[in-house]
Every structure is written in C-alpha cells, then in structure tokens.
Design a protein around this ligand. Structure first.
Ligand code: 6PG
Length: 464
C-alpha cells in the first residue's frame, strides 16, 4: 500500500506554496490542494510542473486530498482570513475525524479562532505565521494556539520548518488554548505597523527637509541597520528605495496611499476594548487611513519646506533616536496588551516566550527587541522605558517633532510616542479636571488624593 502523506496544505498562494516547499524540503510527503474556482483551476498543475519536488502530491478533488493523509490527518489552511476559512473548513470536514487536526495558518482574528476551536468537531490550531513568502520557504516565526494535544503531535514538524535562533532552537511556540497564537500574531502586526510608519516618518523628513535623494536615504537606512536600529524592516526600507522602474526610482512613482488587510484594526479594537493605551500603534493604523482619505488636499508641496536649522548630521541623529524611541514604545505597548489579555484569558503567557518567538524569521525582527527581552524576566515594567529612553534620546524625539511641526511634515507615530512617554512619566496629569467635569455634568463621582478608591460626590464628600 502506498504511504499516506504527512500533511496537507490547503491553498497555494505565495505563503501556501512556500510552506509546502519548506516541509517537502525536510523530506516529508506533502499533499497540496487549491480551490477550484474560475481563474485558479491551473494552480495545482502549475505548482507541480514548476516548483514542487517529487514528494509533493497535488489534488483538485478535496475528498481525495484529505484521504491522502496519514491519520491523524493534518490540514494546514493557508488562505486569506475571514469567511473563506470557514468555507474551507466546511469543505474538508466531511472527510475529517474528530481526532484529526486543522491548522489555520492565516492572519485570522483570534476571536474567530476561539469560535472555530469550539465549533468544529476536530482538533484545531490557530497558527500566526510571520516572515512573508521568504520566511515561509526558509523558516518563518510561528505563533501557535489551540488544542494542546494537537500541538504536541505536530510540534516536531513546526520546529523543523520554523526559523532558528543562534542557539538553534526554533522560533515556534504554543501560547495557550483557543486563539492565543493568532492573538500574538495580531500583536506582532500592530508593532509591525508602528515600526513601518516610524521609518516612513524619518524618510519623509529626509526627503522634504534635508532634500536627500532616494539613494542617499537608502544609505542612511543601511547605516542605521548596521547600528542599534538593526531590523528586518530597516533593511527592507533601505533596499526598496533603490528599486528602479522605467521612469527612474520606483518609490517616486508609487502612490502615497497605503491600505491594510485588517490585523492592525483588530489590534486597535482589542486595545480599546481592554483599555490598554497603545497610541503609537493606533496612530500608525490611522496614518494609513489618513493616507487614503478622500479629504486630502495639496496645501504643502515639496518646495514649501524650509531647511532644518540643524546640520545634516544632527538631523540624522535626531531621526535615529526618534525611530529608536518609537520602536521601544511600540514594543512596550504591544507587550502591555499581551499581559492584559493573557491574564483575562488565563493563557499565562510568558512575555519572554513572545520576545523569543520574534527573535528570527518574522517581520519585526530587530536588535532592539532582543535587547528589550532582557527586561521581561517575569513581566513588563516601566523600567524598560526609563532606562532605554535616555534624556538625550527623548530630547531628540522632541526636536524631530519640532522640525516636523514647524514645516508641516506629519509625524503621527513620533508625536504619539512622545506624548505616551510624557504621559507615562508625568507625576501630574490633568485627569483630575476630567474627574470633576464628569461629576459636574453626570454625577459620575471622583476620587480624592487622601481616599483613593472611595467614590465621592460634590454634595456629600467635600469635607472628607
Ligand atoms: C508577516 C506580515 C503579514 C501581513 C502583511 C500585510 O508577519 O509576515 O505581518 O502576515 O499579512 O504584512 O499586512 P497588512 O496588509 O495588514 O499591512
């Protein structure tokens, strides 16, 4: 009898194809399937005839695909998140047993994953996979949650295909029941948005105020990438600035409008729901909305910017520190949300494990985060902000914002990072006035300094 295949990959987009190749490269027999819809009929055939090695078997029939797998069957769904995931599950479920394993490797909302774990009579894993197509092929970072027994039976496979740290351990971790893995991926993506926007804000200053060419900005990013700001996204930014098209530099020919697939919005909703302040990350999401807003007008044009008073070297240092502060604060805000949601969901997530799974292979991989991981021994503490954001770094962040605001260069991430820092470190915030405003118009109560926790009201408690 022919050997059954080890795992099935459902969905042959860039991520699915490369994960299939990665697993096949480790010597396993892999089944692949792609949905049969107009425009996609040829996909399985093309994959088999071009990239796939002989240990990959393709199917156009979903029943044959599922039944080609050894038991317990393992199907890794690699498709865009949303209702399509439920459609895929419903398609394969008739051929699955309750002991079989479904793994959703897309960017599903962790709350949807939680529902699916309970809804489908199968062992279910939600697996956030980071690293783009390159990571999928060469070693992604994998953030897993769901059925613990399914994890124990599949971890050898995940650990083989995931990226490796210096000590050769894998960037692959099970964070807890139900949606814990997709939750950590959502946090990763929130931080990703903030890092991208902080680099974009420094690019904006360098081109508008320092009048630097794309080549020169690319060299600056390359230099930063060789220093403390070493990060995958800095490298990417340096490289994309050099790409040419027929009219010259591609970047100058790209529309200044960015979109998003949804994990950033999921992050923002979650942070607001849990009352966790994450303005740096939320502003990076807003920045994408503003870039696509119908209300944009061209009041400021390239030649309306004044040169900064600082020398180019000072400007570079100021921006370097601004990106540094934004990275640190975005990481802090992301970890704060991990801590709160983990407590609420009883996941007991160790923040060290989160930092470790992001050490290699993922989009937010960065030296700063490796350094910050040292502060996470048991939980997040504000000591991290106080020690990493030195007086001179914060002053430089403030200078950068001054330059931007004076010249009409928007800096949503830089400025929200500074506001977050000042608010966190301020011994007096004006929230006392907010308390009395609320009491005045709504009798919502207020707390006095000498009796914290006790809710007072104007008419009765003015003497305590
Ligand atoms: C990753 C990325 C990836 C994400 C894209 C697009 O870790 O590999 O986070 O999963 O889908 O970066 O995300 P947006 O469309 O939301 O920008």
């Amino acid at each position: 009898m022919q050997n059954k295949n080890k795992i099935g990959i459902y969905g042959l987009g860039a991520m699915g194809r490369n994960i299939a190749l990665n697993i096949a490269d480790k010597g396993f027999l892999v089944s692949v399937y792609n949905r049969n819809i107009e425009g996609e009929f040829h996909i399985v055939e093309d994959f088999l005839s071009t990239e796939a090695p002989s240990n990959v078997q393709g199917f156009n029939n979903v029943k044959e695909f599922v039944l080609s797998l050894e038991q317990p069957r393992k199907v890794l769904i690699m498709i865009t998140s949303g209702s399509a995931v439920d459609e895929a599950i419903c398609q394969i479920m008739p051929y699955m047993d309750s002991n079989d394993i479904i793994i959703d490797g897309g960017n599903s909302n962790y709350l949807d994953t939680k529902v699916r774990v309970e809804k489908y009579d199968v062992r279910y894993l939600g697996c956030g996979i980071s690293g783009g197509w390159y990571g999928a092929l060469n070693g992604p970072s994998m953030m897993i949650g769901g059925s613990n027994s399914a994890w124990n039976e599949t971890r050898y496979l995940f650990q083989l295909i995931a990226s490796k740290r210096n000590n050769q351990s894998s960037c692959c971790h099970w964070f807890g029941e139900n949606g814990a893995g997709h939750f950590i991926k959502m946090i990763h993506n929130g931080i990703e948005y903030a890092m991208m926007q902080s680099i974009a804000e420094s690019y904006d200053v360098l081109r508008k105020i320092a009048s630097m060419s794309n080549n020169d900005i690319s060299s600056v990013f390359e230099e930063w990438n060789n220093k403390e700001l070493n990060s995958y996204l800095m490298k990417v930014s340096s490289e994309v600035l050099l790409i040419k098209d027929k009219s010259g530099c591609l970047i100058d020919n790209v529309i200044d409008r960015s979109s998003q697939k949804g994990t950033g919005i999921d992050f923002a909703i979650c942070a607001l729901k849990y009352g966790v302040p994450a303005p740096t990350i939320i502003e990076s999401i807003n920045a994408r909305f503003v870039s696509s807003s119908e209300y944009r007008i061209n009041t400021f044009s390239m030649n309306s910017y004044k040169e900064a008073h600082q020398s180019p070297n000072v400007l570079l240092e100021v921006l370097f520190d601004s990106v540094y502060c934004s990275y640190v604060i975005a990481f802090f805000q992301g970890m704060d949300l991990v801590q709160k949601v983990s407590d609420d969901q009883s996941w007991n997530i160790d923040l060290m494990d989160v930092a470790a799974v992001w050490e290699e292979g993922c989009i937010i991989k960065s030296e700063i985060f490796k350094d910050l991981a040292k502060y996470l021994e048991s939980k997040l503490s504000v000591q991290m902000l106080l020690e990493k954001l030195t007086k001179s770094k914060v002053e430089n962040l403030s200078k950068a914002i001054g330059i931007g605001m004076e010249n009409g260069v928007p800096m949503p991430v830089f400025s929200s990072s500074l506001n977050y820092y000042y608010s966190t470190c301020s011994n007096k915030l004006p929230a006392n006035l907010i308390q009395l405003q609320r009491e005045y118009f709504g009798s919502h109560g207020f707390e006095k300094i000498e009796a914290p926790g006790r809710i007072c009201h104007f008419g009765v408690d003015l003497d305590i």
